[in-house]
Design a binder for this molecule. Structure first.
Ligand code: MG
Length: 418
């Protein structure tokens, strides 16, 4: 049944899409306008191009349609992934090797990328949670004082008591033996991605939150102000090689929110939620597309993804935002985020595209054959809305403009006319 709907969607796309009218063989950031495009594409990675470390075969076929004989993209392309455990030049190298096309770091937007805009936090001491080279990542974004969970755990060895085999035995009689790194008191928390040891990070994050950054003190359940928390990537699940989706950072955040509420009776508050479906991430991605387009505005952005709650919700939310922006008579420099506090940005991040079209593929989290899958014909309810707590349930935001079998089908409308 879904195949018929895919074919209908493809037919619709091939006849109704306005595609690029001029072809340019360069995607590098150029100074002088040579041949600007009307169309740009945002590709999700996991479940669209890759399953774990393996390339989805349709991705190779799709990209052959999008590059010239010199392997240069024929239109602006940006890869927007909620991954966040590596630096973007590493992700660009990985994607280049796997997809056999040349991808520059400027074409990669990771879940944490917009953090470089949060300059008011760059001078603060930030506690970082996740995995990978977090200190290097944070410093590359502009943060100057970075405290890792490992440093916190070493400085306060009696905090982490879940795994008895890892429990530290302080040599002195003191409860805590802070080292020099922990003389830094965390004044903000950045959740980059799912950690390896969830129990350690849950415990230590709660310790820091309930002591206002100083875990040597006892909990204060009635702190008047909560430490700022900036969280990247709200994906509850993502698609790797396993038959069913795997836990994502959104699942870890769900645990943290639950523990915090259980202990305090209050909701954990966020200073910002980044990554898809955050508007800020789409604004940032549009800027990266525009840089490849000689700083000319694009008419239509296509966003290809496999997750209804992040890729489709985010693209539709951004399209709605673009329509609202066009209706304004004066430039609006405050990003109207649906989650977290508004962020002041520079002119280069102002949205200018006319629309953002969402395309859902069936090679990842979304599987129309799964009995667990939400039936597209029935309205979405709280019970089937598997999104982050702060996302507003709106059925129209999880309705893709198009549903296609895979990424090769997704690029047909613009790939065949280049
Ligand atoms: Mg995905």
């Amino acid at each position: 049944m879904w195949c018929r709907s895919v074919l209908q969607s493809l037919r619709l796309m091939s006849t109704s899409r306005k595609v690029s009218e001029c072809v340019c063989s360069r995607v590098r950031v150029c100074v002088s306008p040579v041949c600007p495009h009307q169309v740009g594409v945002l590709f999700d990675v996991d479940g669209v191009l890759l399953r774990g470390g393996s390339v989805i075969p349709a991705a190779h076929r799709a990209f052959r349609k999008l590059v010239d004989k010199n392997n240069n993209f024929l239109l602006p392309v940006v890869f927007v992934t909620n991954a966040g455990s590596c630096q973007r030049h590493h992700k660009a190298t990985q994607l280049s090797q796997l997809l056999e096309v040349q991808i520059s770091p400027e074409q990669v937007v990771l879940s944490y990328s917009p953090l470089q805009m949060f300059k008011s936090f760059h001078e603060k001491c930030v506690l970082v949670s996740g995995q990978g080279p977090l200190t290097d990542i944070a410093k590359s974004l502009g943060f100057q004082k970075v405290l890792t969970m490992e440093q916190l755990r070493e400085g306060f060895p009696l905090l982490d008591m879940v795994d008895h085999n890892r429990t530290a035995r302080p040599v002195s009689g003191s409860c805590f033996c802070p080292n020099s790194a922990c003389l830094l008191v965390a004044t903000a928390i950045i959740l980059f991605g799912e950690p390896i040891r969830w129990e350690t990070n849950l415990q230590l994050l709660i310790d820091v939150l309930l002591t206002d950054g100083n875990p040597a003190s006892v909990y204060d359940h009635q702190l008047p102000v909560q430490l700022p928390v900036l969280s990247c990537n709200m994906d509850l699940v993502w698609m790797a090689e396993a038959p069913s989706p795997r836990f994502g950072h959104g699942m870890f955040v769900l645990c943290l929110e639950s523990v915090y509420k259980k202990l305090t009776g209050r909701e954990l508050q966020y200073e910002a939620l980044l990554g898809k479906p955050s508007l800020l991430t789409y604004q940032y991605a549009e800027r990266q597309l525009r840089l490849q387009n000689y700083n000319h505005r694009l008419s239509t952005i296509y966003a290809v993804g496999d997750n209804l709650m992040t890729d489709i919700y985010g693209a539709n939310l951004y399209s709605r935002y673009l329509a609202q922006q066009q209706a304004l008579t004066t430039p609006n420099k405050v990003v109207a985020q649906p989650m977290g506090n508004p962020v002041k940005t520079g002119d280069d991040l102002l949205s200018s595209a006319a629309e953002c079209r969402s395309i859902l593929v069936c090679t990842g989290v979304y599987n129309p054959c799964s009995p667990m899958q939400h039936d597209q014909s029935s309205p979405i309810t709280e019970a089937t809305f598997c999104a982050h707590r702060d996302q507003v349930l709106e059925s129209e935001l999880v309705e893709p403009h198009h549903v296609v079998e895979d990424v090769e089908a997704a690029v047909l409308p613009f790939g065949t006319k280049l």
